[in-house]
Design a binder for this molecule. Structure first.
Ligand code: ADA
Length: 560
């Protein structure tokens, strides 16, 4: 199964898993209910009988294999227990991050793989809570079973930087040794014309070995937004002069920095004209098929947008691959939306948040399109405890990748009281003038700037990470009434022009690209149980505002 838009292994072999699994919902005592079959990946809400099912379910499959294998799960929504022949071998929480489990010395023969999935808001769940988006259920992203040698490449991370008028990169590879003995091997990493070799390395038994070096790339071409040049990074691991494992990724040479109030891409000021996007598509839920992802990219490009914010969680890696190919900047966000202090004091909040950050960065660090790591959308950045959480999470990010700016989208209600603006490289606020209140947009911006200038965020780039207005597709009227397509058009015109014509602002990421399903708990503020602030509806039918935003985005330059 393709988990990327390119072949990521040639040497490492995959054990085919056909995509139809046996499926049962489970009752409160975890007894199997009626059987059916389920497509993987997909969310179970795509099945007409389960379109509102919240709870537990069991996926099972018989597979013939043996030896050492690695089960890679790109996303299970949202709590997973994995069993091999009835024995639990892994547990994972969070719908939006990848995890894997190594199964060692399995006798050759037929085995039963079972995955218990839960999408309920159970008491262990701190991040998946009733929210302004839907927590779907199921194996919603690709899943693969790989045959492994005892020595294998876990990761190869690539951080480019510009120094002395040429491109350099720090390359760090992690090699795992599953055997009971120490082994020696050689790792070669090839990018373009350059090859890096870690010859005759010692890999101790049952540990991960980190190999790291800086390399100069005198002939490398830059990755730019106009010409997003990607290079294959091919890592090969040899043992006894035989290549036994490989890992292929794609990288780009580019640097993102901030200087004063500007965001710089390869040293040039860039103005952000972006959209927020939920992974959600009518009938397919959060298991968005490739064709639909591709269409989203086409619609977003034609809008003239140069940025997507993955509100409010890490995205399917195939979507990030598409952004890399198209030179679309990505603000990738760890999972959390609108949590209050009590929710942030949940016993699992810290661990689940840090796990999410670790998994997001570990797997997505090489994507050249990612220009910001974001966290904790509209959580309590205005209390001492909230500040402790933000600080801890930013420290974690910086310890894993200090090459990208960090930010978080603060709440409009925290203008005047936010305590975390010293912790970010880019100050970002979500504001809703002309929607939740009727302040003229220039006044709302002036109010925001007065506060930021008097805070620890003074002198940093200032971004509007959300602004928008709701409209129900097809609801047209001659009156300027909320929920009509005409009102959305009117509000976005004032909102976007005010921001993009203001030299103090680094840009805007409008809310939102497409309508999305919300949790039933939100019915009283969300007609059709959807967040209707999309420029297109859940089927990607364009509202009037799609064309308005297109005209506005095309009228303002991307860079200076
Ligand atoms: C917030 C939040 C979004 C969405 C939006 C809205 O800013 O970050 O997830 O809920 O408001 O539509 O009100």
């Amino acid at each position: 199964m393709n988990t990327r838009l390119f072949q990521d292994h040639v040497v490492r072999k995959e054990i085919q898993l056909d995509p139809i699994w046996d499926f049962h919902t489970l009752n409160a005592d975890e007894e199997k209910q009626e059987a059916c079959q389920m497509l993987v990946p997909s969310c179970w809400e795509s099945n007409p009988n389960l379109s509102s099912y919240k709870g537990k379910a069991l996926y099972s499959k018989k597979i013939t294999f043996g030896g050492n294998v690695r089960l890679v799960c790109k996303g299970i929504s949202h709590t997973a227990h994995i069993y091999l022949d009835q024995e639990e071998v892994a547990y994972h929480y969070n719908a939006y991050t990848e995890f894997s489990v190594n199964l060692q010395d399995i006798p050759y023969g037929e085995h039963t793989l079972e995955i218990k999935v839960d999408n309920s808001f159970h008491e262990e769940s701190a991040l998946h809570v009733s929210n302004d988006y839907y927590s779907y259920g199921g194996i919603t992203r690709p899943i693969v079973l790989e045959a492994l040698d005892e020595l294998f490449i876990k990761h190869v991370h690539f951080i480019p930087y510009w120094k002395d008028d040429q491109w350099h990169a720090t390359i760090s590879a992690t090699v795992s040794n599953l055997s009971k003995e120490q082994k020696e091997g050689t790792l070669n990493v090839k990018i373009g014309d350059e090859q890096l070799s870690f010859v005759d390395q010692v890999f101790r038994s049952n540990v991960d070995t980190l190999l790291e070096r800086d390399v100069v790339f005198p002939r490398a071409l830059s990755y730019t937004l106009e010409d997003p040049k990607l290079y294959a990074m091919v890592a090969e691991l040899s043992y006894n002069d035989q290549v036994i494992d490989d890992k292929i990724d794609r990288v780009g040479f580019r640097e993102i920095t901030v200087s004063g109030k500007d965001i710089l891409f390869n040293g040039e000021k860039v103005v952000i004209k972006g959209v927020n996007r939920h992974e959600d598509y009518a009938e397919f839920g959060n298991a968005v098929p490739m064709e639909a992802m591709y269409r989203d990219i086409e619609l977003i490009k034609s809008l003239g947008a140069n940025c997507i914010r993955t509100s409010h969680y890490p995205n399917d890696e195939r979507f990030l691959d598409l952004c890399d190919e198209n030179g679309i900047l990505v603000w990738e966000e760890a999972h959390a939306r609108g949590l209050n202090e009590e929710q942030m004091r949940h016993k699992n909040f810290e661990r689940q948040s840090l796990d999410c950050i670790h998994e997001m960065i570990e797997h997505h660090i090489n994507h050249p399109s990612i220009y910001v790591w974001g966290i904790l959308n509209e959580c309590v950045s205005n209390t001492e405890f909230g500040r402790y959480c933000y600080k801890k999470q930013f420290e974690c990010i910086k310890s894993l990748d200090s090459s990208r700016p960090v930010s978080f989208a603060s709440l409009e209600g925290h203008i005047g009281s936010d305590l975390c603006l010293d912790l970010v490289d880019i100050v970002s606020f979500n504001i809703y003038p002309r929607w939740y209140h009727d302040t003229p947009v220039t006044e709302a911006l002036a109010h925001l700037k007065r506060f930021v200038d008097s805070s620890d965020g003074a002198g940093k780039p200032l971004l509007i990470s959300e602004i928008g207005a709701g409209a129900i597709y097809g609801n047209r009227s001659n009156h300027q009434e909320k929920w009509t397509e005409e009102y959305q058009q009117y509000a976005l015109t004032e909102q976007l022009n005010a921001i993009l014509s203001d030299a103090d602002m680094s840009g805007v990421i409008m809310w939102q690209y497409a309508d999305c399903r919300v949790d039933p708990g939100w019915f009283h503020v969300r007609p059709k149980s959807q967040n209707n602030k999309g420029l297109v509806d859940t089927y990607r039918r364009e509202k009037l505002a799609y064309h308005t935003v297109k005209d506005i985005f095309h009228a303002y330059p991307d860079s200076f």
